[in-house]
Design a protein around this ligand. Sequence first.
Ligand code: ADP
Length: 484
Amino acid sequence: MSIRLRLTLLYSTILALTLIAFSVALYVTLSGALYNGVKETLVDETKRLIYNPKFNPYTGDLQLQASKVTAPETYAQLRTINGILEDPQRHRSPSLIAQGFDLPLCHECLQAVQAGNTDLQIATIENRRFMIQSTSVSIRDSTFILQVGRSLTEQDASLRELSRLLIIGTGVATLIAFGIGWALAGAALRPIDRITQTAHAIGEDRDFERRLQYTGPADEIGRLATTFNAMLSALQSAYKQEAQALQAQRRFVADASHELRTPLTTIRGNIGLLQRVPPISTDDRIAVLNDMAEESERMSRLVNDLLALARADAGRPLRRDRVAIKPLIDDVCRSAHLLAPERTITCINELNVQVMGDHDALKQVLLILLDNALKFTPASGRISVTTAVQDQRIAISVSDTGIGITADALPHIFERFYRGDTSRTGAGAGLGLSIAKTLVEGQQGVISVQSQPGKGSTFTISLPQVEYSEPLTIPAREESVQAV
Ligand code: ADP
C-alpha cells in the first residue's frame, strides 16, 4: 500500500472516529434531554392529578379528573394497590379511553410502587413507545396506584431523524476528507516522487552529474533534496576517483607487462642462441650468459619494485615509530658507500632529532634517491645528504651535481614507469621515485624536487618532527658514516 493511500486512510479514519464520537455524544445528550422533558411532564401531570382527585358526589366513587390531564398525548390511569384496574371507564383519562388500551404495569414495577417508590418504565404498546410513571397515592384512607404515561413517538422520530443526519453527515464528511486528503498527500509527496524518478534515472544512466531541481522551502522535503544532491556530489567524486584509479591500474598493468616483456624476450632469444647446433663459440656463450644474468637481475629488480608498489596500493600500514634521524642517515650513507665505494658521497648530519615514521621505509626512500643520484651524476660529480629543521619538520635532502631534470620532465618524474630521456638514463623501470613518493606520503611526509638541467638536482623529504622523550641512543658504528 502506498504512503499516499496510507496517510489518506489514516487521516480519514481519525476524522471518521472523531465524528462518530461527536455524533454519539450529541445523540446521547439530546435523547437524555428529550426523555428528561417527557419525565418532567409526567411528574407535573402526576402532581396535578394527585392534588385534584375527583369524586362522584352521589356514590362517593373516585374518578380521574380528565380535564387535569393537559399535556398532549398524555394518559392517566388509576389502579388499586394490587395493580387491578377496577373501573376502566372512570379510572382512565378520556384520552386513554379514546386510544382503547390500558397503561401496562409490569410485575417489578408493581412491587416497586407497593414498596412506596415511584416507578418509571418504558413500554411498547401497538408499536409505539410510552414512558409511564407509576406512583402510589393515598386517597381517603385507601392507597391507589396512579399511572401517568406519555407517548414517545415525537421524541423517537426526532432522534431517528437526528441519527440519520449524523450517519449521513459523518459518511459524507469522511468521503470529502478522503478526497481532499488524497489530493493534499499527493501534492506533498510529489517532490519525493520526483526524487525517486531522478534517482532511478541516475542509477540507469550512471549520470552522477545530474542534480535534483527543488525550489520549495527548506522543510523536510527540502532537506531531503539537499542531502540527496550532496550525496550525488559525493558519489560523483567517488565515481570519478574510481574511474581514475581503474585507468591508472590498467596503465600500470600494461606498463608492467611491457617492462617484463623486454627482459623475457632477450632471455628467450639468448636461450635460442645457446640451443644452436652447432653450438656458438665459447666467447659468445659467455657474452650470452652475462646478458641473461643482467636481464634476470633487471627483471627481479622490477618485480621487487612492483611488489613494493602493490603493497603500498593495498594500503599495507606503515609503522609509526620514533625514528632517530642521525643513525638512519649514517646507515643509509654506509650502504651507499658500499654500493659505490669509488664515488664521493658527503653526509652532513649533526641533528639529534626524531621523526614519526617507519625506519625501513625511510631507509628505502633515501636509498632510491641516492641510487638515482649515483645513476644521474658523472663519476666526477658530488653527492650529499643533509638535514635541516624547518617549522617543526625535519627536511632530509639528497643533492647531486648530475645531469639535472628538464622543466618538461619535472612534473612527471614521480609518475609510475616514467623515465626521462632514455638515452641519458640508466636501466631503471621508472618506478623508484613513485615508490619513494608513496612511502613518504604514507608517513605524513612530503617529497619535493628542485633541479636545473646540467647543474644537478636536490630531492627533499620533509617529515613531522617529534619531541624527544628520552636521550637518543646513537649506534657505536658512527665513525664510518662519512664517505668522501
Ligand atoms: P628509475 O628507477 O628509472 O630511475 P625513477 O622513478 O627513480 O625511475 O626516476 C624517474 C626519472 O626521473 C628518471 O628516469 C630520471 O629521468 C629522473 N631522475 C630521477 N632522479 C634524478 C636525478 N637525481 N637526476 C636527474 N634525473 C633524475
